[in-house]
Design a protein around this ligand. Sequence first.
Ligand SMILES: [Cu+2]
Length: 152
Amino acid sequence: MQVIKHIYFILVLILSFAVVNTTPILAANVSGDVLKQAAIETPVSLGNAANELKFEPNTLEFTAGKRYNLRLTNPSQLKHYFTAKDFADGIWTQKVEAGKVEIKGAIHEVELKPGATAEWVFVPLKPGKYSLRCTVPGHAEAGMTGEITVSN
Ligand SMILES: [Cu+2]
């Protein structure tokens, strides 16, 4: 009985993961051709060398169905977050690369320590206007916010 319970638990885990992970459904909309497109380089700085609390640039524009490489850098002495949950829900993430590590699957937030860089390769799917913020306490309030537009 104990073993069956165990197997059942694992099955439930696998099934709930399949439900939560909606990315494959979105991925079905991404044709193989888009992966052959050269990714459009989009640099964004989180803070700057003067430790000003802002994204540079603070408005980002993407077109649905194109492939992007969002190059995040943090040239400041503070840690920062790139947080845009609704935006992240409407994109297909191919990978996030940082150092020698590649992360695949749905990503909602990236934290960059001082001096860090990361590359987020994705295809926007859902047109709309989304808000961007740094979730370190006080940073968004001090102006570390931005707006992301995905157009058709
Ligand atoms: Cu910040």
